[in-house]
Design a binder for this molecule. Structure first.
Ligand SMILES: CC(C)(COP(=O)(O)OP(=O)(O)OC[C@H]1O[C@@H](n2cnc3c(N)ncnc32)[C@H](O)[C@@H]1OP(=O)(O)O)[C@@H](O)C(=O)NCCC(=O)NCCS
Length: 150
């Protein structure tokens, strides 16, 4: 059983360690301190997925008006040994539920992160743009958007 809820003390540290040790953030050159600063920024909401034992298994970072005045999914990650079991899907559903009055939600995905791109597409996100060289000179950030049926 997995529960998703607001971050607790020390969760941001766990999330920053997960980010710094996994792609796309390794390729993007994101260090622990940079990840932690983003994860603890007061404008963002950090939600953590955890097992009944309390052990964290994934997280997502949301901004309520991060892109074009709509909610923005800034980061999402699942612990490597818990991937491919539907947790990412669960987190993305929760992101939509977090903003019941929003009509749209946005995210960015790096052009080299094709598996994450495929997951977003399966969940109804559309590719609506591309920003070349945004985070890395040699890659693009793909803008993805989902119209919420409300
Ligand atoms: C992307 C991510 C959050 C998805 O979480 P998840 O729990 O594995 O997702 P689900 O089990 O709901 O769905 C599995 C699908 O996720 C996608 N996926 C992306 N990266 C994956 C990975 N490393 N392992 C397994 N699935 C991954 C695939 O589309 C996969 O479907 P497939 O097995 O048919 O290829 C997770 O894989 C992850 O943390 N990846 C590293 C960080 C990352 O890329 N974050 C997104 C930044 S935009």
């Amino acid at each position: 059983m997995i529960a998703i809820g607001p971050a607790r003390e020390n969760d941001a540290d766990w999330c920053a360690r997960l980010m710094e040790s996994t792609d796309p953030w390794i390729t993007l050159g994101r260090r622990y301190e940079e990840c932690l600063a983003r994860l603890t920024h007061p404008e963002y909401t950090l939600l953590v997925a955890r097992r009944e034992s309390g052990e964290p298994v994934g997280f997502m970072l949301l901004h309520p008006r991060g892109l074009a005045g709509s909610p923005y999914l800034a980061s999402i990650a699942v612990a490597p040994d818990a991937r491919g079991q539907g947790l990412g899907h669960l987190l993305l559903e929760r992101a939509e539920a977090e903003f019941p009055s929003a009509r749209s939600i946005f995210l960015l995905v790096s052009s080299f992160n094709q598996r994450a791109f495929a997951l977003y597409q399966r969940l109804g996100y559309q590719r609506v743009g591309e920003i070349p060289g945004y985070s890395l000179e040699t890659a693009s950030e793909i803008i993805m958007y989902k119209r919420l049926s409300r």
